[in-house]
Every structure is written in C-alpha cells, then in structure tokens.
Design a protein around this ligand. Structure first.
Ligand code: PMP
Length: 386
C-alpha cells in the first residue's frame, strides 16, 4: 500500500516546510560571494533585532549542544561561581558541560515533571553570590516550562550582577522571550522551533556578555570563541570557520516565515496547539508527564495509563506505521510513555493526522477507545481557538 513518509513529530527535528527545504537544494556558492555575504549579514541582524538583543546573534554550524558549550564557555572563568538549574535530562546535560569547566558549581534540580521555581532560585542566590545562573526554558524530556519572564524580573530586581544563561533549544522561535528581559545568553538550534534541518546553532549574547568575554583571556576552545566570531557576525565578509551556506539560507527562509506569521501569532499558535494536543491525549487516557501548571507550548510528554500496552517500543512503532513518528521518553520516564513535538511550522493538518495515527495505534494495540473522540477534542480547540 502506498504510504507517505511518517510525519516528523519527535521534539526535534520538526517538520521542514517545502520552501525551507528548497534552500538546501540551491546551488552552493562561496561564503565570500557578495550575494551570500549580504544574505548572512541581513540574517544575523534580523535575529539580533527580532529578539531585542543589544549584543550579537551568532549563527554557527553545530547542534544545540555546541550552542550550550559556546554559551557558557565565553562568559565563565575558573574564578566564577555558577548555579545550574536542571528540570530533567537536558538540564543535567548542562550540569555535565559546566562540571568540566573547573569553576565552582552548585545545582538545583527539580522533581521530574516540575520546574525549579523562581522562589527556589531566589533562595539559593540569597545565600551567596553567584556570577552566573544557568537554566532551561523548555525541558524536552519532561515538557516542563520554566517561568522565564518571572525569573528575569526577579533577577533584574534582586541580582542584577548575575549573568543569565538560558537553554532555549526547545523554545526560541516558539515561546516568548526577548533578550531585553535581562537575558545574557540565549541559545537554540535549527531543528526545533525554527523548523529547519539539524545543523545550525544560534547563540544570542547581550552586550554585557560580550564585554565579559572581552575582559577574559583567550579561551581554551577555539571554534566556539566569541572573539573569533565577533568580527564575522559584524561583517560577514570576514572568515573564521566556513559557514554552512545552504543551512544559513534555510534559516533565512525560516525567519521570513516567522516574520510573515508574526511573533505574537506564532507564540499564541504554539500555546493553542499544545492545549489541543494535551486535551486529546488526555481524552485517550494518557497522563501528562509535566504536572499541572508546568506544561509547555512546544511538546507534550505523556505517560501510559495502567493496563496500557506493556511494550513501549511496540506501541511507538505502531504509531510510526500509522504515519507519525513520536519519540520515546528519557531518564525517569524512559519506557513509561512517549513525547510528541508540536513546535515550529506545524499546522492543523499535521496535528489532526498525528492524533489520528495515535488513535489507530491505540486500537491496534488493544486499548479500548472510541475512534474519533480524541480527534474531536483536538478539532474543537483548533476551531474555537481556546
Ligand atoms: N537542550 C534541549 C532543551 C534539548 O531539547 C536538546 C535536544 N533535544 C539539546 C539541548 C541538545 O541539542 P542537540 O541534540 O541539537 O545537540
């Protein structure tokens, strides 16, 4: 039977729009061809301005982990004290990255399914001075959202000298943030809310972060050193590491799509889609991985109810066969549920097909449901807009 390739509903990579993919098929030109120099300059300026950054937006080939490393390496030295907050698997990854840096580090870890709270961070920072705070905006292992705005307000009011580093891999481009909230480093990568193939890291650095880097000696790392990239981002005619020409073009197209949709509309769409997806999956009997009040707009993590198909891999393979690729859970949730991404350039068609595929997989795996009921729940959200 003819089958389309399954929808990419893992929490990154996300579905890539045709016009973005087309940029990858363009004839590659040199990074110092004046046409590319002009395009990439306009892109980094756009990224800087759209997210109200008074410093520089860096676009560098690499994955999100590279961006995490670039973010912390450029503003930390051995004499710093750093507080790293973790809401799950990727927060733990930032702890691991930071633990190799040789500075004094302390951690705050949330229970799986919850976020470290602004009050907990405040309490910790009030005990002693920290130079840097690191946190994850949306934790992709649990679908938990950090209250970023509230955190930034508290930091500005009470700890204005502490630099704020945010892993925005699963949020930037889909969830509200602006650098002028008081963020010093925000980072993401191409395959999440920008809806591009994997391969690019984006790091926004405030003027204050740039100044800190400039006050430091050369880094032990060279590829990710801001000092190497600052001249390039200010004048894309300059060279440090060869830019991923076609990926940069696809990011340009992704930014064009974001501008066309409007940032506010895009953020509202992500919240609406998340609500619809959560309600539909709850209707099927799944339990949310994120506790009430902590759920995020870009992905849903669900846990299997008692009596559900005991074979996690079999269930997800069945969803795949039915046309949607969802991801397995990580860490404490591994084997107990699945993760559905709904970030980036996702529309009603994609969401409806995904819930329909999950419904069919439930039936095929012996879970008694009323076909179409969860789909109806999603449809109501999509049409009512609430
Ligand atoms: N942080 C978060 C919140 C993530 O979701 C991911 C990837 N899923 C990463 C960091 C790491 O990104 P990458 O896999 O592109 O290195």
């Amino acid at each position: 039977m003819f089958k389309r390739s399954p929808l990419v509903m893992v929490p990154g990579p996300t579905p890539v729009a045709r016009s973005i993919q087309d940029q990858l098929g363009r004839e590659t030109i040199s990074f110092n061809d004046p046409r590319f120099v002009k395009d990439s300059q306009a892109l980094v300026n756009d990224l800087r301005d759209m997210w109200r950054c008074d410093g520089i937006a860096f676009v560098v080939a690499g994955s999100g982990t590279m961006a995490m490393e670039m973010g912390i390496s450029n503003i930390s030295s051995k004499s710093d004290r750093v507080l790293v907050c973790s809401n799950g698997h990727f927060g733990d990854r930032y702890i691991d990255i930071c633990s190799r840096k040789g500075f004094e580090m302390e951690t705050l870890k949330a229970k799986w399914g919850r976020s470290v709270t602004v009050e907990e961070i405040d309490r910790k920072l009030s005990e002693k001075k920290f130079d840097i705070l690191v946190a994850t905006h949306v934790e992709t292992s649990t679908a938990v959202e950090l209250p970023l705005r509230e955190l930034c307000n508290m930091m500005r009011e009470k700890y204005p000298d502490t630099l704020v580093v945010i892993d925005g891999v699963a949020s930037a481009g889909g969830v509200e943030f602006a650098m002028d909230w008081g963020i010093d480093i925000m980072l993401t990568c191409s395959q999440k809310c920008f809806g591009i193939s994997p391969g690019l890291g984006i790091v926004w650095a405030s003027q204050r972060a740039i100044e800190k880097r400039q006050s430091m000696p050369p880094l032990t790392e060279s590829y990710v050193d801001f000092e190497k990239w600052i001249p390039v981002m200010k004048d894309t005619m300059k060279y440090w590491g060869t830019p991923a020409v076609n990926m940069v073009w696809s990011l340009m197209e992704a930014v064009r799509i974001i501008k066309e949709e409007g940032l506010g509309e895009r953020y509202a769409r992500h919240r609406l889609h998340a609500k619809g997806m959560r309600s539909a999956l709850e209707d099927l009997g799944f339990k949310m991985g994120a506790e009430e009040g902590f759920t995020c707009p870009t992905l849903t993590v669900v846990l299997y109810p008692d009596g559900f198909c005991a074979d996690d891999a079999k269930f997800r393979d069945t969803v795949y066969d039915e046309g949607a690729h969802v991801a397995g859970c990580l860490g404490e949730f591994a084997g107990k549920g699945f993760r559905v991404g709904h970030m980036g350039n996702v529309d009603a068609h994609i969401l409806v097909s995904t819930v329909a595929a999950i419904e069919r997989a439930c039936m095929r795996c012996g879970w008694k449901i009323e076909p179409g009921r969860a789909l109806g729940v999603l449809q109501k959200h999509l049409v009512s807009g609430a």
